[in-house]
Write a protein that binds this ligand. Sequence first.
Ligand SMILES: Nc1ncnc2c1ncn2[C@@H]1O[C@H](COP(=O)(O)OP(=O)(O)OP(=O)(O)O)[C@@H](O)[C@H]1O
Length: 233
Amino acid sequence: MAPAAPALVIRDLTAGYRGVPAVRGVTLEVAPGGIVALLGPNGAGKTTTLLAAAGLLTPLSGTVTALGSPVTGRVERTARAGVSLIPDDRGLFHRLTVAENLRLAGGRAELDEALDRFPQIRGLLKRRCGLLSGGEQQSLAIARTLMRRPRVLLIDELSMGLSPVAVQAILPTLRRLADETQLAIVLVEQHIDQALSIADSAVVLHHGAVALAGPAAALRADRDQIQRAYFGR
Ligand SMILES: Nc1ncnc2c1ncn2[C@@H]1O[C@H](COP(=O)(O)OP(=O)(O)OP(=O)(O)O)[C@@H](O)[C@H]1O
């Protein structure tokens, strides 16, 4: 059987702010059901890459194709077609309850599906979102995004500020989601080992360029290589 067409293709992407590139020549590809870990030190260009992938930032050059269509200049259409971004602040409404946050994303059927995937949220529906723990907020952010039934999920440091234990609890859920629903995921993470343990492949950015890319298992086995890529050596 021929391999499935990639869900997201970023080809030779140069993008930035007010005409100044923050990333240069970035290429990455995610298959349906695949997870790519997008790694690199602060300021390496991970968020910029995700913004361009979501159609929120227009490339200076290069292309982004999601679900077979070009992304550039089509941010709403891209979102409707099934590309969702979870920003690093998780994009939740802290003054609203968990139920209200969820209701904003879809109807009963979508809600039931999301709660089946994250049963721990059922007991929190009346709680104000701002009073949830970091891990609970993280689950809520994913559950809410799943209600839009995305086919490509871009996740920007969902585990920011969380303990390694909380990160350990959530990442396997992403792996199951990808395996069971063919969701394609780009995961920006600072917890390198944990991200590599669920990813199929990884791309390490340094100063806006790809410093290292390859299968996650190979990169996991060679920690020094990643270390060097982080420091641009
Ligand atoms: N709105 C903006 N205007 C101008 N420069 C920006 C803007 N946002 C980011 N940058 C710059 O672009 C570069 C890449 O930033 P980006 O946020 O993509 O990196 P990152 O790898 O996601 O970093 P972090 O891990 O700290 O979130 C940095 O030098 C940053 O200062």
